[in-house]
Design a protein around this ligand. Structure first.
Ligand code: MN
Length: 743
């Protein structure tokens, strides 16, 4: 071991003994030697022995005056990650607490960070805190980060930017939340140096240029305050400073101000022995300088959410420069500098085994719950989440953070991603290992859902296993919806066969002028509802048909319907084996009655392009063909795209539009993609039937990858009706894409 390293360790040991006379120095020494040994083969980027890093982290932890376990954990914090050391070995040598702390820091080190939107970032911060369980893990991790930031110059520029960004987005806000102002400022200033070196240097230079003026101004103010307090017999320490660079930077850029326009560039601190002295000092300050109205804040009576307490006031000196004065006791000062860490300070007689346990958070809870302002409420809420863990934070394989209630299982995770993911889940992996559906997720887990196209949906047990209402509701919905589809399908088929027996046809009873009356007679709002009721047995098909027949007879439509039934022999019953439907030519578009207006004229010979089959409501364009009249395309048809239009044919493309009346139907085509399964084409046919559109062809082709494409040719009145059809088709289980056919 290098002598310099050993000496540095001995200085650290001395400092620890100073604030903690009963520190277990021999255990500490063993830890130092263990770490030195474990990292013996490694060097830092600057060429120094690796042990200088854990040693420096331990020094920063000692600045926070934490207990022996924390210092030992700081010395060992990279052992599991970078050397062969194991949790077991560390536990055996240094105790379970140290092993837990080291393990915790290691886990945080492994968290993958990529810059994300603010909400994700907030979840990531919460997750880090929740993962830590023992807040000392976070404190050590922040110290680790601080030392890495202090030595960031040895990294490549790309790595520097990455680490600096992570520091600014994750560790700065965590340090702030934990009230560790001093660390937060240093982290932010260091990060800024790498994120915006020019902006940072500009401010530094401007401050430099004003340095002598600043010094003069500040020492004169300081002398004035000191003299006045002495006169009044108040013993106090007065310190003046210029605000930290990043806070100036933020004000300059977010409020677009120059350095001279920043209101409170200077701040003075007056630190006294007790609270009553704070208010005395405030009186003196307001007597000496003119206070700025509305700038006084009493954070002693109402502490800030992160435990910060002080009196703040802004006053204007004789030079006309405003400055802030913060008045606090030494206790408050310590909390302001070290935040939560101040409360983890080594205290004599404090049993180590209570540190980090739930009960040690009690004081935070009490303190926070006594605070009334909304900021504090917000903090109580988030701190509870963070520290009392009613939530877990887990990763998707892509690194997104998902927030779930504590006790959540892979089922909750899957449904949180999407109901389709949950409904098709066949298995789950946590941190790369297959787990059972009821295993509980822990913060920091990487969760992967295994889905299968042929999965038959959730199991009813899942409702009991799931912890989140979201997952439970989605599972219930699936059962309700799934059963309804089944019910409608079976209900419809028994209804239809019963109808046939009674000598009635679907087209007869679905005629616009009779259907509402018939539905009323059977007391249902729609045919689907009737089918569903028949399907689940709420009404028999026979009973429904009897009532309908009675009503049809009363309306005098039975004979007519029967005739028509005989004539058509069979209404379209669409099956895969009989995809093409006989075309009903009774009310078809005639030439000259196409519903298209050509440049203000009607009566032109018009045909609709087969490639894109436009319907009213579509934007259309016409092409004068050689001898076949005008061919009408959808404006978005690839065949009508400007780049496809040949220059020599430029004159043939003409404006066309739809006529006002809608007295005809138009042929168009749809293409559906979905998961292949039995009955898919049948479902499509049934869905089309409920939309009362005429289907002229329907075919399904299985694809080699387990998917199927269903092609439908149909006739619709206009685009609105077509949208309705597309919506309905989209609801068919397994269908994930419905598009209009082109080409
Ligand atoms: Mn480290």
């Amino acid at each position: 071991m290098e002598e310099a390293v050993l000496n540095r360790y001995l200085v650290l040991e001395e400092r620890i003994r100073h604030y903690n006379p009963s520190a277990e120095l021999s255990r500490l020494r063993t830890a130092f030697e263990y770490a030195d040994n474990a990292h013996a083969q490694q060097t830092r980027k600057d060429g120094s022995p690796f042990i200088t890093h854990p040693l420096a982290v331990a020094e920063i932890v000692a600045d926070l005056e934490l207990d022996t376990d924390s210092i030992i954990a700081a010395l060992l914090h990279d052992c599991i990650e970078d050397t062969g050391a194991t949790h077991e070995e560390i536990a055996k040598l240094f105790g379970g607490t140290v092993a837990e702390l080291v393990e915790g820091v290691t886990k945080l080190t492994r968290v993958q960070y990529t810059s994300k939107e603010e909400e994700q970032m907030e979840n990531l911060r919460k997750m880090l805190i929740a993962m830590a369980r023992d807040i000392r893990v976070i404190l050590i991790k922040i110290c680790d980060r601080l030392h890495n930031m202090r030595t960031l110059m040895y990294h490549s520029p790309r790595k520097q930017k990455e680490i600096a960004l992570e520091t600014m987005e994750i560790y700065g806000p965590i340090a702030h939340r934990l009230g560790m102002q001093k660390v937060k400022w240093e982290l932010e200033d260091l990060a800024l140096q790498y994120l915006d070196p020019v902006g940072y240097r500009d401010i530094e230079q401007e401050l430099e240029a004003r340095a002598s003026r600043h010094d003069e101004f500040m020492s004169s103010i300081q002398r004035k305050i000191e003299a006045r307090l002495k006169e009044d017999g108040v013993s106090a320490t007065v310190v003046g400073r210029v605000k930290h660079t990043y806070s100036i930077y933020r004000k300059m850029y977010s409020q677009n101000k120059t350095l001279d326009e920043i209101f409170d560039l200077y701040a003075f601190r007056v630190i006294v022995d007790d609270i009553s002295a704070c208010y005395n000092v405030l009186g003196c300050i307001h007597d000496l300088f003119r206070p700025v109205i509305g700038r006084f804040k009493d954070y002693i009576g109402t502490p800030k959410p992160n435990l910060y307490q002080s009196l703040h006031t802004t006053v204007i000196g004789r030079e006309g420069l405003p400055f802030e004065v913060q008045i606090r006791t030494w206790d408050m000062h310590h909390t302001a500098e070290y935040g939560v860490a101040a409360h983890w300070k080594y205290k004599q007689g404090m049993a180590n085994n209570t540190l980090g346990s739930e009960t040690t958070f009690e004081w935070i809870r009490k303190l926070l719950e006594s605070q009334q302002d909304t900021d504090a409420e917000e903090f109580v809420r988030t701190m509870k989440v963070d520290l009392f863990s009613d939530e877990v934070f887990v990763f998707t394989p892509r690194g997104d953070v998902i927030n779930l209630p504590s006790g959540a299982t892979p089922i909750d995770f899957a449904y949180n991603i999407h109901s389709a993911v949950g409904n098709h889940m066949t298995g789950a992996k946590v941190n790369g290992r297959i787990v059972t559906f009821d295993s509980q997720l822990k913060s920091g887990d990487i969760v992967e859902v295994i889905t299968s196209k042929s999965a038959h949906g959730p199991s009813r047990d899942w409702i009991k296993i799931a912890k989140s209402n979201e997952a439970r509701n989605k599972i219930r919905q699936w059962f309700k919806k799934e059963r309804r589809e089944e019910n409608i399908a079976t209900g419809r088929s028994s209804f239809e066969s019963e109808l046939k027996h009674a000598g009635l046809t679907m087209s007869a009873i679905t005629a616009e002028e009779v259907l509402p009356g018939l539905l009323k007679k059977v007391s249902f709002g729609s045919l689907d509802e009737l089918y569903a009721a028949i399907g689940y047995g709420g009404m028999s098909a026979q009973k429904a048909v009897n009532r309908i027949r009675e009503e049809m007879t009363r309306l005098g439509r039975v004979e007519k319907a029967a005739e028509k039934a005989a004539a058509l022999a069979a209404e379209p019953v669409i099956t895969l084996s009989n995809p093409a439907i006989p075309k009903d030519t009774s009310k078809k578009s005639k030439s000259g009655d196409s519903g298209i207006v050509v440049e203000g004229m009607t009566g032109c010979l018009v045909k609709f392009a087969k490639c894109c089959t436009p319907v009213p409501g579509d934007q259309v364009i016409g092409f004068i063909t050689r001898g076949y009249g005008i061919s009408v395309h959808r404006a978005d048809c690839p065949n009508a795209a400007p780049e496809r239009q040949k220059p020599e044919e430029a004159g043939r493309w003409i404006h066309v539009s739809w006529a006002q009346e809608e007295h005809v139907t138009y042929k168009t085509a749809l293409e559906l993609s979905g998961k292949d399964r039995d009955g898919l084409a049948l479902d499509v046919a049934m869905a089309l039937a409920t939309q009362k559109v005429k289907v002229t062809a329907l075919s399904a082709r299985s694809q080699p990858d387990g998917y199927a494409i269903v092609s439908v040719e149909l006739e619709v009145k206009d685009r609105a009706q077509l949208s309705g059809v597309i919506n309905r088709l989209n609801q068919i289980p397994g269908i994930f894409l419905v598009k209009r056919a082109t080409g």
